[in-house]
Design a protein around this ligand. Structure first.
Ligand SMILES: [Fe+2]
Ligand SMILES: [Fe+2]
Length: 153
């Protein structure tokens, strides 16, 4: 019997943690931003929060199916430095940039997972990765739109 590759377990675990960190930072930023320019961004973050939480659920359930456990908080290491709530709560631009960075990182992780699953002949994990990847690309598109409205400098 083929063993699931360690790479798949590592990527599923990393992605699970990243999704929960994303939930925390989207939740926080959807609360703290102020000003007329913030409303649309806050609304979009609100819509993404349940999607990111559902990604964590799907990844955790896949780990369980592979006879592994999703991690608890003691495995948690924060990475999303650019998504910390801005000191200036009207600095919507910094949150848009942070979201784009987080979505790019997620896209990279899910692309790696697609590849690892393909190499390991694990079509179910591959399907999970492709499904979530499509959501992250849609999130990126939405925030690229916001970025056009808020040009740098
Ligand atoms: Fe996600
Ligand atoms: Fe996302």
């Amino acid at each position: 019997m083929r063993m699931t590759s360690d790479e798949i377990i590592d990527l599923l675990t990393e992605a699970y943690i990243d999704e929960l960190e994303t939930v925390m930072n989207y939740r926080t930023n959807a609360i703290v931003l102020d000003g007329i320019h913030a409303e649309e961004v806050k609304e979009s973050l609100e819509e993404d929060i349940p999607e990111e939480l559902d990604h964590a659920r799907i990844l955790g359930e896949r780990l369980k199916q592979l006879d592994e456990s999703p991690p608890g908080s003691e495995s948690f290491e924060a990475n999303q430095h650019s998504l910390q709530p801005p000191e200036d709560t009207t600095d919507v631009q910094s949150v848009i940039d942070g979201v784009l960075e987080a979505e790019e990182a997620a896209i990279e992780t899910y692309r790696s997972l697609v590849e690892a699953a393909d190499d390991a002949n694990d079509p179910v994990t591959e399907d999970v990765a492709v499904t979530i990847l499509a959501d992250e690309e849609a999130h990126r598109t939405e925030f690229r739109g916001f970025q056009k409205e808020f040009p740098m400098d």
